[in-house]
Structure formats: C-alpha cells, structure tokens
Design a protein around this ligand. Structure first.
Ligand SMILES: Nc1nc2c(c(=O)[nH]1)N[C@H]1C(S)=C(S)[C@@H](COP(=O)(O)OP(=O)(O)OC[C@H]3O[C@@H](n4cnc5c(=O)[nH]c(N)nc54)[C@H](O)[C@@H]3O)O[C@H]1N2
Ligand SMILES: Nc1nc2c(c(=O)[nH]1)N[C@H]1C(S)=C(S)[C@@H](COP(=O)(O)OP(=O)(O)OC[C@H]3O[C@@H](n4cnc5c(=O)[nH]c(N)nc54)[C@H](O)[C@@H]3O)O[C@H]1N2
Ligand code: SF4
Ligand SMILES: [Mo]
Length: 900
C-alpha cells in the first residue's frame, strides 16, 4: 500500500490514517482499512487533515519575549530562569501543564522530568478537564484506571446507552459503527441520555432529556431497581451503595430528573431485561461538580447487573483526545505517578529505583484549576504549557489570563504562533505537529497505535520530547534524558510498566520493552496489557471478576447531587457548553480550514423558541450571554431540540477567532472534590439581545486594524481573509480612513441601511466590505475569487460591489455535508425533486456518503421540507429577492469612485 500509516490526531476513537505527500507537497489522506478502530472510515475532520498541514500560522522558530532566538539561546535562558526559581523557592514553585494531544513519548519525558527529577508533582494536564472523573470512577471501582471494554463489544451488545455523549459529532466513526450495527441487528436498543436532542438521538429508541446535571439520580435509581436480583456481598461497599440507593424509587427519580415515570420505568425495564448492556459516557457526566460519583453510579449499575467483563458489556468511558489514555498511562495527572503508580511509599521507592533518582515527588501536585489559582497568587512562579490552550479551555478563563500575565516565567511549547495562551509566553518553543512527529498514542479501547512522520520538520520545530530532554540536560539531569529517538523512550516506558509489577498494576506493556527500532516502526495497533502471557494484547479486562490492588470489585455509595450553580431570578437560564461537528477545541487547526468552517461558521447560542420569544430574540440575532463571571456574544439559533430554560454554546471560539466568543469567561471554577474536574456543562446565565447599528462581511488580504468597539468573528476562506463584523457607529469613517491611509481607490454604494465598499490598488482588489442592518447575504466564494482574478469588466465589478459573482450561481445555503461541500439549498431542491431518503440524496448529491456525520441533518431536512408548503421550499428566496431590489439601486450608485 502506498503512503505512510499513521493515526488521526483528533479524537479518542484513534482512527488509522494512510497519508501521502505528492511532488507538489500536497497531502492526501484516507482511512486505513487494516486499522481495527475504523476499518477504513474517517470523519470529516480526519478527512480534512491534509488541509491542516500547511505552514500558515505555524510557530517555526524559538522565541524569547516575542523575538526569534536560536534553540541554544532560548533553552539556555529558559533553563537558567527555571533553575533559579527552583533554587530560590523550591521545586513546588514550578509547574508543567501538559496535554492529551502529546504523544506518549513526549508525555513520559515531561512527567519524568517534573516528578522524577525536579522533584515536585506539579504536572497536570488538560485531561483534568476531560477524563479525570472517569479515572476516579474506575480506580474506586476496580482498583485501577482500567477501561474494561473494546470497540468490538459495541457490535455485540443488546442495549447501548449514551450518557452525556454526543458521539455523532464527537466520536463520529464510532457512532457510524454503532449505527451500522443497529441497522444490521435492529433488535439492539439504543438510549440517549442528554438534556438536548442531539444528532446522536438519530439512532435512539429512547431519548431521556433529563434535567441538567441530574444523571446520578437516574443511575442510583437503576441500582435500586437492580438490588433484588443481587447476591449479598458480591462486591465491597455493596451494602452502603444499596442503602444510599434505597429511597430512589421510580417516582423520586422521575421528579429529580424532570422525566416522566413512564420514561424512567422503560429505561429500567430495558436495562434489567437486556442480556448484555454497555454505557458510553463522556463530558455530560465527567464535567460535573459530582462527576466522579456519576461515573461510579454508572459502574455500580453494571456491577449489579453483571454487565461487565463479558462480550457486549461494560461501562465505557470514551476518551476525548487522541492520547488522553496515553497521558493516564504515563502519569500525566498530578495525583498519580508513572505507569499507574500512586504516592504510597512502595511506589515512590520503586520509581526511584527504576529512574535512578532520589528526588521523586513525595506528594500529589496541584490539579489544573488549583494550579492556575496558585499561579495567580504568585505561589507557583513558573509554568511550562505544552500542547494545550488554558487561556481558552479552563473555567473562569479571565482569571487564568490574569494569572498568566502575572507569572514570572511562562514557557509554551506549541505548533501555532498565535494562540490566546502563547500571547503570555516569555519563551515559545516550536513543536512538531501531526505528520511530522513520531511516536505512539492510545485510544479509548486501550489500543496503542503509531503516529508516523511523513513530512519534514518545518522551520526549526523539534519534537516535544526533545525540547523536554534538552531542558533536563540544562537543569543537570542529562544522563536520565539521553534519548536519541522516541523508540528509546517507548522501550523505557514499557520496561517501567512491567517493573516489579506481577499483575498489581493494570497497565503493563512489558512485552514491548525490547522492541527493536524496526519492530517499533512496524508496530501494529495493539490493546494493553501486552505481556509475556498476552503478547497479542488484551481486548477485554475484568473477565475473571477480580480487580487490582486488593482484588475485589467495589461499589461506591452515591448520594445524587445537582450542579453547584442554580438559575435564579437574575440568572434564570442554564448554559450548557460543548462541541460542534467540524471544529476541534480552540480551532488552532480546524479553524483554518475553509471546508470545516462552513457547517457552523459563527458561534451559535442555541435556545428553545419559547426562551427566544421571552427574550424578544429572533433567529440570527446577536445575543449576549452573561454569568456572574463574565459574558460572551453569539448568534441566536432557535431549535426545539434544546430544552426550554437551557442554552447551548460551543466551547471553540477564542480571541484569535472572535472578539467576544469565549464561553469559559462565563464558567465558574467549581470542581468535583474527588477528581478536580470542572463543571463546564452547567452555568447559570442571563440572555439579552445585543443591539447593533449594522452587521457586515469584510474580505481582505491582511487583517486591518479593527475599531475597538467592533464585534468581529474570523472565518476561514480560501483566497482571502474573511471577517463577520458588527458595530453600533457607522463603519464608513473607519473604512474610508483605512483606504485613505493605504492609498487605495474606493468604489462604494450606499443607501437606506446598507453600505458596500470595494478598495483597489493598481487594479487588484484589496478589500471588499458589505454591511446592512442584518448580516447581508453575499456570494462568499465569488468575492474570494476576485482577489486572485479581478472582475474583467464594469458589469462584473458592479456585480462584485453588490456582493455577487459575475455569473449568478444559485444561492448557497448552509453547508450540511462538509465532505462534498453540499449545502442546504441544494439538498432542499433535491428533496423537492423527489429524493425522499438519505440514500437517494446521497445518490444524487453525494452528501452523507463519506463520513456520514451529516445523515442526522439530512433526515431532519427531509422531515422539514416534506412538511413545508411549496413556496417556502425555496430556502433563502425571500432574502434573495430583497437583495435584487437593492442591487438595482447599487447599479445606479456604483462607479462613483473617490480619489486617493
Ligand atoms: N468535533 C469534535 N469532536 C471532538 C472534540 C472536538 O473538539 N470537536 N473533542 C474531543 C474531546 S477532547 C472530547 S472530551 C470529546 C467530548 O465528547 P462529548 O462529551 O460527546 O461532547 P460534548 O459536546 O462536550 O458534550 C456531550 C454532551 O453532553 C451533554 N450534556 C450536558 N449536560 C449534561 C447533563 O447534565 N447530563 C447529560 N447526560 N448530558 C449532558 C451535552 O448536551 C452534549 O450533547 O469529544 C472529542 N471529539
Ligand atoms: N466550557 C468548556 N470548556 C472546556 C470543555 C467543554 O466542554 N466546555 N472541554 C474541555 C476538554 S474535554 C478539553 S480536552 C479541553 C481542550 O482544550 P485545549 O487543550 O486547551 O484545546 P486545544 O485547542 O486542543 O489546544 C491544543 C494546543 O496544542 C497545540 N498543539 C497541537 N499539536 C501539538 C503538538 O504536537 N505539540 C505541541 N506542543 N502543541 C500542539 C495546538 O496548536 C493548541 O494550541 O477543553 C476543556 N474545556
Ligand atoms: S472519528 Fe474522526 S476525528 Fe476521531 S479519530 Fe476518527 S477520523 Fe479522527
Ligand atoms: Mo476532552
């Protein structure tokens, strides 16, 4: 097979990718048919990976205080400042903040340096915001952070429950796999538990739209319902867990969760009668002030029903990031040591023996939210941030920014030059990105896969592990960090996993400790443990019914708690935050790809139509959402999939992509006491419409200085920069001054409520601007094309001034299928012409035939379009007509050029 086999760097599904670079440097990717996680499939983010490998926006050289420096100079200066802080204030005064997007080898190196040699445990990771409740859940139940299931179980289960998971968008390939399994075996039942009706509900037999944060009530009630069939003392903690569950009747659960008794009873009946059941849970469970207890409430139900350690069974926490699991293996969390060791004296001594260090951290370090608090108070004086963007992703992110601004020494290893976090850095280290770096990642089902390099290192970027090792040498620990290749780090990590293990620690890949470099390069995906007894890996854990560190499996007594925030008269609504289909986190990669920006190009604030009416908000209005912490601005989207009283906003937008788009300015830093994971899903907020004088679209070659009172959103477009803008004061003066300063020729049209302007230099289009009272509809791609190929004649220039291409393309609607760029209007037209199923739409337009993530939306359009009267089927028709009238007016005005 041509191409290099590697692994997708986005979600925890961990799909195998075959990547290839042609002579022109263009990168193409396809799914690896031999990778067990995806057997050839990719979702739209994976399929667009080739478009993210260009060097635009990359951090290519080390920097000291924003100035380019050599590696020697940057590392010497950073190490000397870090060393001085350690000498003066002790190791507890410094910290690392790492990421589930590092490779295992990078992560291992960072953890070894901090916990093994600097001698404090202040290394935490963005997995604290993501998986830490799940880790606590597994450790309390099994004695180890061990995910018992495999993806193969998904095809064998009778009942599959998604809780707090929008897998259709967040784990798309896995979701497609489940959808295919259900189609092949329709008796398989699917339940979705989520306050919103998400795309994942498309394949659900039952959707429980429970009250925000009330899941523990549902699962404690389930344990109560299961208690009769349970043998006494089958598990440690059973009596206490059952006692805590005893009062949770179906009636009480229904009230607590805001569900009907029928709904609750149906779910319990299905769970009790299913021969096999799996529960897939993610952020709707973990990101909670009682997240660990919610995880144990789920696991308790699996223990009680025997749905564990058998094919088609198990409590399955899906990991978010490509290497969240790898981080858990190497000890990336501040409250664990490497290879599933803890802080008991025996583990500390064992690690000291293996690493040859007497400086092993003796006590757990600071967890993410505490860590940034300590930075804010000046107790932690130096932080090294690797592969994560905490100024965006941590709760109360304004306080995080203040802490970083005050911090004596901030070092950032990243692939991106401009991020909200990198803007606070004294030192920036350019890391290798996907396609360039080399190592391993572990997915949700414990499967270790290789990421392989197929691109040369850009600029002076270096692997993350190399940067850490160089720092370690300069701090005086060189001998322990003498690796020349990630293969050596992997083997050391594998050896440590088996060191004095004897089955006491679940994570054991000692059979891989002696891999040759060739064998490492050829390593096929394998599920841990990989031991002498199980050299081919281990698909399923807990088959013998015993756990680790003591052996018995545990139930944990759970008293259901609601979120810490409670809506009140001043902040009457819930705000729920999370992911959209085509963006990844803080958008550093996906936000640059035009194709991925089309599905939801602007941050939407989704609300039930009743809430919108109550707040006098219409579809497409600009709205401000505020909590006691801060505010954000987004675009109102009305949807009855949202429960009344609750808003949803995406987590992705940040200061590089919008003036006021950060949801985490609103989220309070309230955490689960066991896991330290923040409650990112429930905030009490208020909503109001944001009044603007105008809204507009700006197309330009370089980012112009924006007036400070403007609201702006950056969008990705091939051919030019694109911003959506909104403001109160007229934009005319600002734009005319800008063009005047640059010496551009201007051509403009204005009239009742609208203003359009084109700016030219020597016949080349420099800027195009269109504003109206509400966001004007313009032909984005035609305008972008004009930057490379200016309009040929006056008529085409006039059309451009009107926001159109020379030839009228049919009006484009919202992109639904990003894989093939199929928009809503084309789909509606095809439906009107007789396509009455996703399959027929796929045959006609190709939409939905690649990754399949848009199939739920295709189905929704089929239902909507079928129920609309004929005239209204022409989506966007009204808007288009209004514009035609305006265009006439423009034609008269156009051509009035004002001089330099
Ligand atoms: N497209 C895309 N995919 C991704 C990512 C991405 O950035 N973009 N990130 C990856 C990462 S790191 C992660 S962690 C995963 C996250 O994957 P998911 O957890 O599936 O994604 P989220 O959108 O954060 O939240 C999931 C759901 O939790 C629901 N929820 C909110 N509150 C509650 C509640 O009280 N109870 C219940 N039952 N549900 C609730 C939300 O409505 C939402 O639909 O996605 C991974 N995949
Ligand atoms: N309100 C709210 N907040 C949330 C969440 C939510 O649902 N709601 N979800 C939380 C969750 S689950 C997560 S996982 C976090 C994610 O939040 P973050 O980790 O902050 O988000 P990313 O954008 O993934 O940041 C990764 C950074 O690493 C850089 N990078 C990429 N590859 C490499 C590499 O190979 N090496 C190095 N050194 N850098 C690299 C990228 O350019 C980027 O700057 O957000 C959390 N925050
Ligand atoms: S589902 Fe998509 S984002 Fe996740 S690993 Fe597979 S291709 Fe990548
Ligand atoms: Mo995550």
């Amino acid at each position: 097979m041509n191409g290099v086999k590697t692994t997708c760097p986005y979600c925890g599904v961990g799909c195998g990718v075959v990547a290839q670079r042609d002579d022109s440097g263009a990168v193409s990717v396809r799914g690896d048919e031999n990778h067990p996680a995806n057997v050839g499939r990719l979702c739209v983010k994976g399929a667009a990976l080739g478009e993210t490998t260009c060097h635009d926006g990359r951090l290519l050289y080390p920097e000291i205080d924003g100035e380019r420096a050599s590696w020697e100079a940057a590392l010497d200066a950073a190490a000397s400042r870090l060393g001085a802080i350690i000498d003066k204030h002790g190791p507890q005064a410094v910290a690392f903040y790492a990421s589930g997007q590092l490779l295992t080898e990078d992560y291992y190196a960072a953890n070894k340096l901090m916990k093994g040699f600097i001698g404090a445990a202040n290394i935490d990771t963005n997995s604290r915001l993501c998986m830490s409740s799940a880790v606590v859940g597994y450790k309390r139940a099994f004695g180890a952070d061990a995910v018992p299931c495999s993806y193969a179980d998904l095809e064998q289960t009778d009942l599959l429950v998604f809780v707090g998971s929008n897998a259709a968008w967040a784990h798309p390939v896995l979701y497609q796999r489940i959808a295919a399994a259900k189609q092949a075996r329709p008796t398989m039942k699917i339940v979705v538990i989520d306050p919103r009706r998400t795309a994942t509900c498309d394949i659900a037999d039952l959707h429980l739209a429970l009250a925000p944060g009330s899941d523990a009530g549902l699962f404690v009630g389930l344990l109560n319902a299961l208690s009769d069939s349970l043998a006494p003392e089958a598990f440690d903690g059973q009596a206490q867990a059952l006692a805590a569950a005893r009062e949770w009747s179906v009636g009480r659960v229904a009230q607590f969760c805001g569900l009907t008794e029928t709904e609750v009873a149906r779910f319990y009946d299905w769970f009790l009668s299913a021969p096999t059941a799996m529960t897939l849970y993610t952020m709707g469970i973990n990101q909670s002030s009682s997240g660990s207890d919610k995880c144990n409430a789920i696991i308790n139900a699996h223990l009680a029903s025997g749905n564990i350690g058998r094919p088609g069974c198990g409590p399955f926490s899906l990991t978010g990031q490509p290497n969240a699991m790898g981080g858990r293996e190497v000890g990336g969390l501040a409250n664990q040591l490497a290879c599933h060791m803890g802080f008991d004296p025996a583990d500390i001594a064992r690690l000291g023996r293996f690493w040859g260090s007497e400086r092993i951290a003796q006590t757990p370090g600071l967890m993410a939210v505490e860590l940034f608090d300590a930075i804010g108070r000046g107790e932690v004086k130096a932080v090294w941030i690797m592969g994560t963007n905490p100024a965006v992703s941590l709760p109360d992110s304004d306080a995080v920014r203040q802490a970083l601004a005050r911090c004596e020494l901030v070092m950032v290893s990243d692939i991106t030059a401009q991020t909200d976090t990198a803007n606070f850095a004294h030192f920036r280290f350019p890391a290798l990105g996907w396609g360039e770096k080399n190592g391993t990642v572990t997915n949700s089902e414990r499967r270790i896969s290789r990421q392989r390099a197929f691109l040369p290192a850009p600029g002076e970027a270096r692997p993350d592990w190399w940067i850490v090792a160089q720092m370690a040498r300069r701090l005086g620990f060189g001998e322990a960090f003498g690796w020349q290749h990630p293969h050596e780090i992997f083997c050391e990590h594998a050896a440590l996993s088996g060191f004095e293990n004897d089955g006491a620690r679940a994570f054991d890949i000692s059979a891989l400790a002696s891999l040759t470099r060739e064998a490492y390069d050829a390593l096929a995906p394998v599920q841990w443990p990989v031991t002498i007894k199980q050299p081919q890996g281990t698909p399923r854990l807990l088959e013998a019914g015993a756990g680790w560190r003591g052996g018995r499996l545990n139930m944990v007594a759970v008293s259901p708690a609601l979120p810490q925030a409670r809506p009140d008269a001043r902040y009457p609504l819930w705000l729920n935050t999370g992911r959209i289909r085509d963006q990844w986190h803080t958008m550093t990669r996906t936000g640059r790809v035009a194709r991925l920006m089309q599905h939801q190009p602007l941050p939407q604030v989704v609300m039930h139509p009743d809430d919108a009416a109550r707040h006098a908000v219409r579809e497409g209005d600009l709205v401000e959402v505020a909590s006691t912490q801060g505010f954000m601005v987004g675009w109102a989207t009305l949807n009855d999939a949202q429960a009344p009283g609750a808003l949803f906003a995406p987590m992705h937008w940040n200061a590089q992509f919008a003036s006021h788009g950060r949801v985490n300015t609103l989220v309070a830093p309230v955490c689960c006491p066991h896991s330290g994971q923040p409650e990112s899903k429930q905030t009490a907020v208020r909503l109001h419409k944001r009044r603007t004088g105008w809204q507009g679209e700006l197309f330009c070659r370089t980012m112009p200085p924006l007036a400070p009172d403007l609201l702006w959103w950056r969008r990705a477009l091939d051919g030019c920069l694109h911003f959506t803008l909104a403001g109160v004061a007229s934009p005319q003066r600002w734009l005319r001054e800008l063009a005047g300063r640059e010496g551009w020729q201007m051509q403009y049209a204005q009239g009742e409520g609208f203003f359009h302007l084109l700016a030219w230099r020597d016949g080349a289009l420099m800027l195009a601007f269109y504003s109206a009272a509400r966001r004007p509809a313009v032909e984005t791609e035609a305008i972008a094309t004009a930057f490379a190929a200016p309009p040929a004649n006056a008529a085409a220039r006039h059309a451009l001034l009107a926001g159109k291409g020379a030839r009228h393309a049919p009006a484009k609607g919202r992109t639904i299928c990003s894989c093939f760029g199929v928009d809503e209007n084309a789909i509606r037209t095809a439906i009107s012409a007789g396509c009455d199923s996703p399959g027929k739409l796929g045959d006609t337009l190709r939409c939905g035939t690649n990754c399949g993530s848009c199939i739920p939306e295709l189905k929704a359009l089929l239902v909507q379009t079928a129920s609309l009267p004929e005239a209204a089927n022409q989506a966007g028709g009204g808007e288009r007509m209004a514009f035609e009238l305006r265009e006439e007016f423009i034609a008269r005005q156009a051509g009035r050029e004002i001089g330099r």
